[in-house]
Design a protein around this ligand. Structure first.
Ligand SMILES: NC(=O)c1ccc[n+]([C@@H]2O[C@H](COP(=O)([O-])OP(=O)(O)OC[C@H]3O[C@@H](n4cnc5c(N)ncnc54)[C@H](O)[C@@H]3O)[C@@H](O)[C@H]2O)c1
Ligand SMILES: [Zn+2]
Length: 405
């Protein structure tokens, strides 16, 4: 038996934020990040819609990008005091993910962060509150997913919390919120979205329900992402839907080792000023992982289907896969994202010598590879790498060398 879970309601299209007016409840806490939602007036609108619905509203603000365990604990305490029956998280993946973890701790104050990280091991939620997620970036799709990514900065590791219990009750996918994204954010979140769709399509947990969502998302992102990056607002609106479809696919089909590697490298070099942004990490690693996974016959065929669906041409399966890899690398070039960690420079732009020194990378490599193998996303990857293979893969991602193993 398999399970396919999505939010009960999804409001989409311009102006969908207004759906908040019809919520029923007594108290809502609105969780936001560092200020973009406030600056662009979306916070005020959300609060007034909830008040119009007759609710008392409290705002929890300042959730940092790549939220920490400490922030989660702090937010949960505020919730315990305020006792909301609606948690409304608005912003990018970071505030929404943090609010999901706060929700768990609010409902079960004795659950520790370690408990939360047991895959599909959460207790029943919704005994105190329902959850609404309103996304303002076009990538993580956390508004529809069963995941939350929290960083333990003492270990320099991102931990995925995974359970259908944290799939939101309501998702609001209003493109108005995404229109204010700066270019760099469009690029990173967009490459995150295409990675979700590709990994979901080749995941060992793929199924008839997730495949069409993944393929359609890939096609939309192929059509829309680069133009959105270059300022086409209609395409930016369309990307907001595309990333959400990719999310519906991967929340149910799971992901693969591109994400395992991104989770375990993201904060690993923070002491060198190099936070490897999630979407940029995925963009760099995806072509390498495709070459690695394509040694698995089933995965190779599926990459071939993706390539054909994108109309990339090619006669043999090998050619189709090569064209897919080339296409994705060209997208990185068009979006100003480097091809490897070595060239990952200031503001995530390509540079000759990036943040992460070679000797530091090599010294930390065995530990990072071990952590990536243990990541929750590794289990559904179509080819299971050994420690040695994972180290070789990560090296290829550092130097941008060919993957022929
Ligand atoms: N839960 C999931 O399923 C899932 C999937 C993939 C990634 N993630 C996680 O999500 C996080 C990344 O989320 P993200 O990429 O959405 O970015 P983010 O939430 O970290 O936001 C990045 C920055 O963009 C700003 N911002 C957000 N929306 C904006 C807008 N519309 N206009 C202007 N500025 C805006 C924020 O203020 C912030 O400074 C990472 O921690 C990643 O690991 C979660
Ligand atoms: Zn992702």
């Amino acid at each position: 038996m398999y399970r396919f879970t999505l939010p009960r309601d999804l409001y989409h299209g311009k102006g969908a934020l207004e759906a908040l007016k019809n919520f029923q409840g007594k108290k809502a806490i609105v969780c936001i990040g560092g200020g973009s939602m406030k600056r662009f007036g979306f916070l005020d609108r959300a609060v007034s819609y909830l008040e119009e619905a007759g609710m008392e509203v409290k705002v929890f603000e300042g959730i940092e990008p790549d939220p920490s365990v400490e922030t989660v604990m702090k937010g949960a305490e505020v919730m315990q005091e305020f006792e909301p029956d609606w948690i409304v998280a608005m912003g990018g993946g970071s505030p929404i993910d943090a609010a999901k973890a706060m929700w768990i701790k609010y409902e079960y104050p004795y659950v520790t962060f370690e408990d939360m990280c047991k895959v599909f091991g959460l207790p029943k939620l919704r005994t105190k509150a329902h959850f609404c997620a309103i996304s303002s970036t076009s990538g993580t799709a956390t508004e529809v997913t069963a995941f939350s990514i929290i960083t333990d900065y003492s270990k320099g590791i991102k931990y995925p919390i995974a359970d259908f219990e944290i799939t939101p009750d309501v998702a609001i996918v209003d493109p108005d919120l995404a229109e204010t994204m700066p270019k760099k954010l469009v690029a990173h979140t967009g490459m995150d979205a295409i990675t979700h769709a590709v990994e979901a399509y080749v995941s060992t947990a793929n199924c008839d329900y997730t495949d069409p969502l993944a393929l359609h998302a890939i096609k939309m992102i192929q059509n829309d992402l680069v133009d959105s990056y270059n300022g086409d607002i209609a395409k930016r609106d369309s990307m907001h839907n595309a990333q959400c479809l990719a999310g519906m696919a991967f929340s149910n089909a799971l992901l693969g080792i591109v994400h395992s590697m991104a989770h375990k490298t993201g904060a690993a070099f923070a002491d060198y000023g190099a936070h490897i942004i999630h979407g940029a990490a995925n963009a760099m690693y995806l072509p390498k992982v495709i070459a690695f996974n394509a040694k698995d016959e089933t995965a190779a065929k599926r990459y071939g289907v993706i390539s054909d669906f994108m109309n990339l041409g090619g006669e043999s399966l090998d050619e189709k896969i090569t064209l897919l890899i080339d296409y994705l690398r060209k997208m990185n070039d068009d979006l100003n994202i480097p091809h490897c960690i070595k060239n990952y420079g200031a503001d995530s732009y390509p540079t000759e010598q990036g943040f992460v020194p070679e000797d530091v990378f090599l010294e930390r490599l065995p530990e990072i590879a071990k952590n990536a193998l243990g990541d929750a996303c590794t289990g559904s990857n179509p080819r299971q790498p050994s420690q040695e293979e994972m180290e070789k893969l990560l090296k290829a991602c550092y130097y941008d060398t060919e993957v022929d193993f």
